[in-house]
Design a protein around this ligand. Structure first.
Ligand SMILES: [Zn+2]
Length: 288
């Protein structure tokens, strides 16, 4: 996300929030006593819940450059593919891995249009972080000059308060942050520091590490809950190595898949038991 220019805040937020009900599972009559976990699972039908996994940036305009010269786009693509597989393994068969060829700014609107057209239930954009240019230092790696900053490390999560479903966005952001935390991963608090200047962000959820970034097109204009994950800093020389390992990608992906499952269950409607009519009892009079 580091290289994205700031866009004008002209709102293109859709007036209507379309919430597809297709992923809701009806309560089954006659089901025996269930554990809380089973009851939670029963609320979500992963086969009809659609997640769009947006691979941040493009092959041609690949975002940040890592401390050893890799591209953010490659990191984003590799992690998004691991998350996609975890979601498919968990039964989220309608998951869409969204790769975009068009460069910003048209490409950003294209991502939004595609997600809206797919009637996605959740939009998750995958990115890797860098730092403002003022903080960049220079080093030599394998005979080449590269840029780095070891000052910050850790992931961060962003939502837009201008999204059509802010509550949903914040809820999924919270679930994602909690799942990452459960796996021992700490978010970076540096987006609240004055040193970040125009990139300083409001922290909406202190425990889970969810920040507010209203202007991001993919968060602002999508008509479903939308969250952007900066999975970690690829300009941090240690964290870049960690983020490149399949083991670490798998940990992040498991956190994302569990967060999606929790969100899918939380979004299912409450089961309201249908009262059987009692013919022996007259209906109460409604008149005064
Ligand atoms: Zn990015």
């Amino acid at each position: 996300m580091a290289k994205l220019p700031r866009w004008p805040a002209a709102a293109l937020v859709a007036a209507a929030l379309l919430v597809p009900a297709s992923h809701w599972t009806p309560a089954r009559a006659g089901a025996g006593p269930a554990t809380a976990a089973n009851a939670d699972r029963a609320k979500c039908n992963p086969a009809s819940f659609r997640v769009v996994l947006d691979v941040g940036h493009t092959q041609e305009v690949p975002g940040a450059t890592s401390a050893r010269g890799g591209t953010e786009y490659d990191f984003n693509l590799r992690l998004a593919k691991v998350i996609e597989q975890k979601l498919l393994d968990a039964g989220f068969a309608r998951t869409v891995l969204m790769i975009t060829a068009e460069a910003p700014r048209a490409g950003l609107y294209k991502r939004v249009a595609r997600a809206n057209g797919l009637n996605a239930d959740l939009f998750l954009s995958i990115h890797h972080d860098a730092v403002p240019d003022a903080l960049i230092e220079t080093w030599e790696y394998e005979g080449q000059e590269h840029h780095f900053s070891d000052r910050f490390h850790g992931h961060s999560i962003f939502i837009s308060n201008d999204n059509a479903d802010v509550r949903g966005s914040l809820l999924f952001g919270k679930f994602l942050g909690e799942q990452l935390k459960t796996r021992g991963l700490q978010y970076t608090p540096h987006y609240t520091d004055a040193i970040m200047g125009s990139r300083r962000r409001q922290l909406l959820d202190l425990a889970a590490g969810v920040y507010r970034y209203d202007q991001l097109i993919v968060l602002r204009d999508t008509r479903m809950p939308a969250v952007l994950l900066e999975a970690g800093s690829i300009v941090n020389r240690d964290e870049e190595l960690l983020l490149g390992t399949p083991e670490h990608q798998s940990v992040i992906a498991a956190a994302a898949a569990d967060a999606v499952a929790a969100f899918c269950a939380a979004r299912a409607p409450r089961v309201i038991p249908v009262r059987a009519a009692n013919p022996m009892k007259p209906a109460p009079a409604r008149e005064q």
